[in-house]
Design a protein around this ligand. Structure first.
Ligand SMILES: Cc1ncc(C[n+]2csc(CCOP(=O)(O)OP(=O)(O)O)c2C)c(N)n1
Ligand SMILES: [Mg+2]
Length: 610
């Protein structure tokens, strides 16, 4: 007799789902039975449910289609949190199928009286865009359609569908009534709709861009979510604007093109901040003006005229009042805006940008060519950059890896080829996310870059990669420590070194050794001269390969750390505990660009919290 698990699998198939990432429990066995009978839906067994959520997140970012993961009740659900909060903060459409105790056990749910039970719905509600509970098999089709509709419409996000055990095991009679396995194809891919900002606001934005002498576009993840890279490049070319991106927006433009000035972040390109401060008109495009992209909300500067475009009206005006607010889909609105602006070359401004970008590139050269042992991470990135092609996917772990990637691996085309876990900045994203990336882009090479701390979180997933035979290469930048925190303690807590070392004189984990045991090809590199051959071998291997590189523990991509380290002990140790973190000053952007009073003042980017 067919059961609700068959219906659920059929509904997923109808919605265009090809992959489900998860780990089974007794409460979800019927779903697995259903998937087993759906030839077009493949289930990937991850070693930790957190990885399933990360894999679904990466799959969704690269395809625009909701990534799907599944967990069992209780301990499976709690492990979803890292991934779902990442997807929620980064506006990524994900659907989590969540097991639950039978509905009749409700009175026994609390505090583990009924095995594994806890107040899941309250927990999930706080970490999802919506949490839907399925009361009966008859409601399953509508609720699954609802999950896809909510995940992909407006600002995308994660949706949890909680299916009680008795509902999932209950029988389903496909012959009765209307056909059940129907999906609304509008909601199989985000964005479900493309509303255009109102014409009056578009005209105002066009007038501002026409009047600007130094226009700059800050592109965020919203440009990728809307697949608006061509429209963005078109607008930038018509207006002569310079384009920088957030981490999540990397690849919104081809970074080898003259209009691009890299990633705007305390770990990003030095040229981007300089140009963001020199611009007279700043267009925040699908970018939430977060702490890092705005350099602790110092940007935009009060004299800069601003345009802000977002699909979520609640974002417009959050940290400053934009001169013009555009509420709409990025692609549709950029297209309308591009046809409204006057074409201008702005050669002088582009020249300033080219010079800033060129100087930043020259400043990187010595470190990128370094022969030092332990290896300079910049050299690792330069060797990798020389081997990457447009279309390869790069997945970053948190910490310094994100900065090394942002500054040294240029996006070679407009498109989403770089993934950063910037929704939360959680360690341990890269290797599990790469499972989803390999599923989404089976014909492309997938490369991850992690520190030894971040890599330790998800090492078990190397077995998943090996089992799947993914074409993935995983770089471990091993500095023996939680490098970011080691530097933070040293600089801000008087040379403290507390619980930041990942090895001791008698223990030194071998990540390559562990990778080999789990079924991967693995390499160790201690000399820079061995990088080229090793990377060639790793990138050329058929299955997953791990390259562990012993890197310089004193290297950091954070500009404020670099300055402080270079200035050494002459600097007072500050800020110290007791520092007051003030609420960032909200301001109104002028209606026309004001004279650039603060244009050339020194940045006070302050310290980067992580
Ligand atoms: C899950 C999680 N825990 C803690 C942190 C805080 N944190 C930020 S960077 C960092 C150090 C990471 O070490 P590693 O991965 O080796 O990278 P490195 O800094 O050495 O480049 C830590 C603990 C975090 N971002 N995420
Ligand atoms: Mg480290």
């Amino acid at each position: 007799m067919p059961h609700a698990g068959d219906l659920l699998a059929g509904l997923l198939e109808a919605a265009g789902v090809t992959y489900v990432f998860g780990q089974p429990g007794g409460q979800t066995a019927a779903l697995y039975d259903g998937i087993a009978h759906q030839p077009d839906v493949r289930h990937v067994l991850v070693r930790d449910e957190r990885s399933g959520a990360y894999a679904a997140d990466a799959f969704a970012r690269l395809t625009g289609r909701p990534g799907v993961c599944d967990v069992t009740v209780g301990p499976g659900t709690t492990k979803l949190a890292d991934g779902l909060v990442e997807s929620l903060n980064a506006s990524v459409p994900v659907i989590a199928i969540v097991g639950e105790l039978p509905a009749d056990w409700e009175p026994l749910r609390d505090k583990g009286v009924a095995s594994q039970g806890f107040g899941q719905v309250g927990f999930l509600t706080s970490i999802t865009k919506a949490t839907l509970v399925v009361p009966s098999v008859a409601t399953l089709p509508d609720l699954i359609r609802g999950a896809f509709r909510i995940a992909t419409s407006g600002r995308p996000g994660p949706v949890a569908v909680v299916v009680p055990h008795d509902v999932l095991d209950s029988s389903w009679d496909p012959g009765v009534g209307a056909p059940d396995c129907l999906a609304d194809d509008r909601f199989s891919r985000a964005p479900a709709f493309r509303p255009v900002a109102d014409p009056a606001s578009i005209a105002e934005a066009a007038a501002l861009l026409d009047a600007a002498a130094r226009p700059l576009i800050i592109a965020g993840g919203g440009v990728h979510a809307s697949r608006a890279t061509s429209e963005l490049a078109d607008l930038a070319n018509r207006t002569g604007a310079v384009v920088v991106t957030s981490f999540t927006g990397k690849g919104a433009v081809d970074e080898t093109a003259p209009l691009a000035a890299g990633v705007l972040n305390p770990l990003g390109s030095t040229a981007s901040l300089e140009l963001a401060r020199r611009a007279d008109t700043v267009f925040w495009c699908g970018c939430k003006v977060g702490q890092n992209t705005s350099h602790n909300w110092q940007l935009p500067l009060p004299h800069q005229a601003t345009i802000q475009l977002d699909i979520d009206p609640a974002e417009l005006g959050r940290t400053f009042r934009p001169s013009v607010a555009l509420h709409g889909d990025a692609r549709a609105t950029l297209e309308a805006l591009a046809s409204s602006v006057r074409e201008q070359r702005r050669a002088a401004w582009r020249q300033i940008a080219a010079q800033a970008v060129g100087e930043a590139a020259s400043a990187r050269l010595a470190e990128e060519a370094s022969d030092a042992v332990p290896v300079a991470p910049q050299r690792v990135m330069a060797e990798l950059a020389a081997r990457l092609r447009a279309g390869d996917v790069v997945v970053s772990d948190a910490s310094f890896s994100a900065g090394w990637i942002a500054a040294h691996l240029p996006a070679r085309r407009g498109g989403r080829d770089f993934l950063f876990a910037r929704g939360q900045g959680g360690l341990g994203y890269a290797v599990p996310a790469a499972i989803g990336a390999c599923a989404a882009r089976p014909d492309d090479r997938v490369v991850t870059v992690s520190g030894d701390g971040g890599f330790s979180y998800a090492i078990g997933e190397l077995a998943t990669h090996a089992q799947l035979g993914t074409r993935s290469t995983h770089l471990v930048l091993n500095n023996g420590s939680l490098g970011w925190l080691a530097m933070w303690q040293r600089l801000y807590f008087d040379g403290l070194r507390q619980s930041v070392d990942l090895e001791s004189p008698s223990t030194r984990p071998s990540f390559a050794g562990a990778a080999r045991s789990l079924g991967c090809t693995a390499f160790e590199v201690v000399r820079p001269g061995d990088l080229a051959g090793t990377l060639d071998a790793a990138l050329g291997s058929d299955g997953p390969a791990v390259v562990e590189i012993r890197i310089d523990p004193a290297a950091t991509p954070i500009h404020s750390f670099r300055r402080r380290l270079a200035e050494g002990d002459q600097l007072p140790r500050a800020p110290r505990p007791g520092t007051v973190y003030r609420v960032p000053a909200w301001h109104r952007s002028p209606l026309v660009p004001a004279p650039s009073a603060g244009e050339d003042k020194e940045s006070n980017a302050g310290r980067t919290r992580h």
